[in-house]
Design a protein around this ligand. Sequence first.
Ligand code: SF4
Length: 190
Amino acid sequence: MKINEIFYSLQGEGHYTGTPAVFIRFAGCNLKCSFCDTNFTSFTEMTEDDIVKETEQYPTRHIVITGGEPTLQITPSFIAKLHKAGKYVQIETNGTNALPEGCDIDWVTCSPKYKAVKLQHIDELKVVYEGEGQDMSQYASLKASEYRLQPCDTQDVERNKEILRQTIDFILKNPIWKLSLQTHKILNVR
Ligand code: SF4
């Protein structure tokens, strides 16, 4: 498997915000989003067993499989090995691929990016909000247990303030949505 990095930190976003988690960042993505803030190109080749072993050096059960786009690489045997090691597995995916058959993931966070979502099941839909005028109608048909709206980080302080205000306005008018903040950036942790 092509792994960009494995690290231990707090889950910064969404439902599990604040949860200590081991992040497994898979290299490679099938999209090229203009606002992407993740470096996922470099990688080390690791076996499934090596990855599981590395997660076991940390005291948490919570694993976040992320990327890049992790559905391009995960396998049923890899997920089964994590479960066998007692781990709880969350995936963060752009939703453009169905999960490989047999991948029994505990929590699916889908962050759609203007492409059709092909997931069979979503626990948490997390949409990056770029401000007023963004077409939100495309998400109405997606069934999820939770709907999170996350203000886009444009790297421009004034624009970010404006987007945050517009995100809150949208949520107050559409209360199915809840706010998701990138708390790891606020706290300055990974
Ligand atoms: S889907 Fe995610 S990782 Fe891939 S380019 Fe878009 S923001 Fe970056």
